[in-house]
Write a protein that binds this ligand. Structure first.
Ligand code: TPP
Length: 355
C-alpha cells in the first residue's frame, strides 16, 4: 500500500548562550546591558530567596517549600519578556518569576510562612496566587486569555507548569481550547526532569513535551532552560505571536537542582553524578561568564550584587515575621458566602485550639 503524507511536523530547539558563556549571535535577542543586568539581578535574588527559604524551613520558621534552584533562567527569562499589563498564572516553584516582576519578597515569605495574605495580589501585579494542585491553573490561564480576547484587551497570559502537569487532563483541555479559539496564551512548561521522584522518561513516551502542542494546532519550541537569553527570546517571540492571537507552548528544558520540596530526599532516586553534570550548566554562573567576558561588570561588582540581594532577602524575612499571624477565621472565610454548619463547628474547634 502506498500512503500519501498528510502532514509533517518538527520541533525546534533554541540555545543562545552555551555553558561556557559564549553567545550564538544569530539567535540572540536584542541584548542591552540593562536587560542583562536585570536578568542577572532577578536570578540572583531568586537564588538568595531560595537559600534563605530552605534555611528558615529547617529552623521551623517556614512551612513546606519547593526550591527553584537551577530553574532561575527559565523563570526570569520568561517573566521579563512580558509587559506589565500581561498576566502570569504560576504553579508553585516560580518565586524567581514573581521577583523578576517586582513582587515584594516579604509577601512571598509571608505566604510560604503559612499566611495567605502574602498572596493577596497588589493591584499593579497581574499575577495569580501559587497553585499547588498540579495543572489546575492551566485552564484558569486560558480562561483569562479568552476574557482578554472577548474584551479586546491587548493582554497576554503566560502560565507555568511542570513536566508532570503535562500528563493531566486539565493541560490537554486547556491546550485544545486555546488552539480552537486562538487565544493570547503562552504555555510555559518547566521541564525540570522530575515530577517528585518520577523521571521525565517515565512521565511520557513523547520525544519532547513541546510536541504535545502539535495535536492542538499550536506552535511550540523546546529551549535550553538554563540559558536566560534563549528563554527570553523564545518568550518574546511567543508574546508577539500571542498579541496576534496565536498561542505557543514553550518547553524549558532544565533541571531541578534541589529536592522536590523540603519533605523530599532526591538522592534516593537520582545519582550524584547526574546532579553534578547539571551543576555545570548552572544558569547564573553561565550568565556571569558572559557578563564578565563582555566586561559588563567585574567580579567585585558581582559580589556586590550578591550582597545586596542577600540583604534585601534578610530585610524581607524580618518584615514578613513582623506581620503577625493571620486570623484563624480566614481559613473558613472564602469558600462559601455563608459557612455551612460543619464549617461553623470546625471554626469553633479551631478557635479553642488557637487559645
Ligand atoms: C492534583 C495533584 N495531584 C498530586 C499532587 C502532589 N504533587 C505535588 S507536586 C507533584 C509533581 C509535580 O511535578 P511537575 O508537574 O513536573 O512539577 P515540579 O514539581 O517538577 O515543578 C505532585 C504529584 C498535587 N499537588 N496535585
Amino acid at each position: 500500500m502506498v500512503f500519501r503524507s498528510l502532514a509533517r511536523f518538527s520541533v525546534n530547539y533554541l540555545q543562545v548562550l552555551d555553558e561556557h558563556g559564549q553567545i550564538d549571535a544569530r539567535h540572540a535577542p536584542k541584548l542591552t546591558p540593562a536587560l542583562v543586568k536585570h536578568a542577572f539581578d532577578a536570578m540572583v535574588l531568586g537564588r538568595a530567596f531560595d537559600e534563605t527559604a530552605l534555611a528558615l524551613q529547617r529552623e521551623g520558621r517556614l512551612l513546606t517549600y519547593g526550591p527553584g534552584k537551577g530553574e532561575e533562567a527559565a523563570h526570569a527569562g520568561s517573566a521579563l519578556a512580558l509587559r506589565k499589563g500581561d498576566w502570569i498564572v504560576p504553579s508553585f516553584r516560580e518565586n524567581t518569576a514573581y521577583l523578576a516582576r517586582g513582587y515584594p519578597p516579604e509577601l512571598l515569605f509571608e505566604y510560604w510562612m503559612g499566611d495567605e495574605r502574602g498572596q493577596k495580589m497588589p493591584k499593579e501585579h497581574k499575577m495569580l496566587p501559587v497553585a499547588v494542585p498540579v495543572s489546575t491553573q492551566i485552564p484558569h490561564a486560558v480562561g483569562i486569555a479568552y476574557a482578554a480576547k472577548l474584551l479586546k484587551k491587548n493582554e497576554v497570559v503566560l502560565t507555568y507548569f511542570g513536566d508532570g502537569a503535562t500528563s493531566k487532563g486539565d493541560f490537554y483541555e486547556a491546550l485544545n481550547f486555546a488552539g480552537v479559539f486562538r487565544l493570547p496564551v503562552i504555555f510555559a512548561c518547566i521541564n525540570n526532569q522530575y515530577a517528585i521522584s518520577l523521571p521525565r522518561e517515565r512521565q511520557s513516551a513523547a520525544r519532547t513535551l513541546a510536541q504535545k502542542a502539535i495535536a492542538a494546532g499550536i506552535d511550540s519550541i523546546q529551549v535550553d532552560g538554563n540559558d536566560v537569553f534563549a528563554c527570553y527570546r523564545a518568550t518574546q517571540q511567543a508574546v508577539e505571536r500571542a498579541r496576534k492571537g496565536e498561542p505557543t507552548l514553550i518547553e524549558f528544558y532544565t533541571y531541578r537542582m534541589g529536592d522536590h520540596t523540603t519533605s523530599d530526599e532526591a538522592s534516593r532516586y537520582r545519582s550524584a553524578k547526574e546532579v553534578a553534570r547539571w551543576a555545570k550548566r548552572d544558569p547564573i554562573s553561565r550568565l556571569s561568564k558572559y557578563a564578565l567576558g563582555k566586561k559588563l561588570w567585574n567580579k567585585q561588582h558581582e559580589q556586590k550584587i550578591w550582597k545586596l540581594a542577600r540583604k534585601r532577602i534578610s530585610d524581607a524575612v524580618a518584615k514578613a515575621e513582623a506581620i503577625g499571624t493571620q486570623p484563624i477565621e480566614d481559613i473558613f472565610a472564602y469558600t462559601y458566602s455563608q459557612p455551612t454548619p460543619r464549617l461553623r463547628e470546625q471554626l469553633e474547634e479551631a478557635r479553642k485550639e488557637a487559645v
